[in-house]
Write a protein that binds this ligand. Structure first.
Ligand code: NI
Length: 138
């Protein structure tokens, strides 16, 4: 457990007012928690720029009736076995499926998976959420 440091910062009143209402709207219990979250977001973005090992999820939405789409999705995922930790499939309605793939590995490999998934014809949405392995964040 790292020690807690207390800081004091100077900020324009208008900016602080906006940030406080942002933090309230997004459910942060205190201003400190909201600021810490912003700091971690910045560090995670940095990890994705400079770091080697990262974690993330890819969410996909598609119509499973599209010819070949299910097979292509499976094959692509099997090509990235070491990075794919698990996946979850949700049948949204009669036609639509959502798949959430949890990933861990080098950012190059994760970006490669994203690229290959995006090339599959018929996907309605593909989105990567970048997060951290947590090793360098407290
Ligand atoms: Ni389904």
């Amino acid at each position: 457990m790292s020690q807690i440091a207390r800081i004091s910062i100077s900020v324009e009143e208008e900016l602080l007012k906006k940030f406080d209402s942002f933090s309230e709207e997004h459910g942060f219990p205190t201003r400190s928690e909201a600021i810490k979250n912003v700091m971690r977001e910045a560090l995670i973005a940095e990890e994705w720029t400079k770091g080697t090992h990262v974690a993330g999820t890819i969410s996909l939405v598609y119509d499973h009736h599209k010819p070949g789409i299910v097979q292509k999705l499976l094959e692509t995922q099997h090509d990235f076995c070491p990075e794919i930790q698990c996946s979850q499939h949700v049948h949204l309605d009669h036609n639509n499926c959502m798949e959430i793939i949890v990933l861990r590995g080098t950012k190059e490999r994760i970006r490669e998976i994203l690229k290959q998934l995006r090339q599959i014809k018929g996907l309605k949405h593909v989105v990567l959420t970048m997060t951290t392995t947590g090793k360098h964040l407290h």
